[in-house]
Design a protein around this ligand. Structure first.
Ligand code: CP
Ligand code: NVA
Length: 300
């Protein structure tokens, strides 16, 4: 049966650990055949991208495959033709689909009807490839994920929701520092709390959220498709800006992460983004290695 990767919870803890090992092997070039030779991956983008597009296209090429970049206007998913029809047609031409979309349900519908693996390259709800790469970066920098305190500061968005999903597969302390109006998805939060693997704390106080954190994570205040809400979110989230003052509350050897693109001077200051704790570009690079591993895992 074909498998998809629409959420981190589509993989068991064991499968995630295997994916990390595969990504590290690929990164150290221990493993360089062309496993995607004669395979084509359709990369559908309904939103802009730098990291996801380039890392998928480069990664597919490095694995010997071919990528097709398809825009939302071109494919007209659900407009020019139904998602069902597009899924069936794409399944006859290509071997895998990577899609970046707005509505998570549309991606689920595409995956349901496609006969080939579908990877979520970001929806309004989740960004699983991002957090898989981030976990790999934490493993490299800290040697473990288990037992760490990971503080996500800012909007309860797709990245925050993916951290909640990750918390069901490992055991760490997840703090989400946000306002009462910008909390993460309620059902994902409840599921993560019910899973009981990690300690999850929602805090409306930035100092409390970041206190003694090993990992400080932030993301833009208004995600793609929500830019019209920027002024409102800025008002709600301004105290959660990751700046030098706030960072002093975290552990001395903490790492600072941001999925990028960043709005420097808003959710993160230059001082922190370019400072000694920042690992944001290592984090960006790991998107390449982890996604190659995810693709191979789905193909195996
Ligand atoms: N982090 C990330 O997914 O970046 P892009 O939006 O540039 O792909
Ligand atoms: N939360 C951001 C992540 C970008 C990679 C967004 O959805 O725009």
């Amino acid at each position: 049966m074909k498998r998809d990767f629409l959420a981190i919870t589509d993989f068991t803890t064991e499968q995630i650990k295997q994916t990390f090992q595969l990504a590290l092997d690929l990164k150290s070039k221990k493993f360089v055949p062309f496993p995607l030779k004669d395979k084509t991956v359709a990369c559908i983008f309904l939103k802009p991208s730098l990291r996801t597009r380039v890392s998928f296209e480069v990664g597919i090429g490095q694995l010997g495959g071919r990528s097709l970049y398809i825009t939302g206007e071109e494919i007209g998913l659900g407009k020019r033709e139904s998602i069902y029809d597009a899924a069936k047609v794409l399944s006859r031409f290509v071997d895998m689909i990577m899609i970046r979309a707005f509505d998570h349900k549309e991606v689920e519908e595409l995956a349901q009807h496609a006969e080939i693996p579908v990877i979520n390259g970001l929806t309004d709800l989740l960004h699983p490839c991002q957090v898989m790469g981030d976990l790999l970066t934490i493993l490299e920098k800290k040697g473990r994920v288990e037992g760490l305190t990971i503080a996500f500061l800012g909007d309860g968005n797709n990245v925050a929701n993916s951290w909640l999903n990750a918390s069901t597969r490992f055991s760490f302390n997840l703090r989400i520092g946000t306002s009462p109006e910008t909390k993460p998805d309620q059902s994902i939060l409840e599921r993560a709390q019910k899973a009981g693997s990690s300690q999850i704390k929602l805090s409306f106080d930035p100092k409390e959220a970041i206190k003694d954190a090993d990992v400080v994570y932030t993301d833009v205040w208004a995600s793609m498709g929500q830019k019209h809400l920027f002024e409102q979110k800025k008002r709600l989230l301004k105290d959660f800006q990751v700046n030098g003052d706030l960072l002093r509350q975290a552990k001395e050897d903490c790492i600072v992460m941001h999925c990028l693109p960043a709005n420097r001077g808003e959710e993160i200051t230059d001082e922190v983004m370019d400072g000694p704790h920042s690992v944001v570009f290592d984090q960006a690079e790991n998107r390449l290695h982890i996604q190659k591993a995810i693709m191979l895992k789905l193909m195996s």
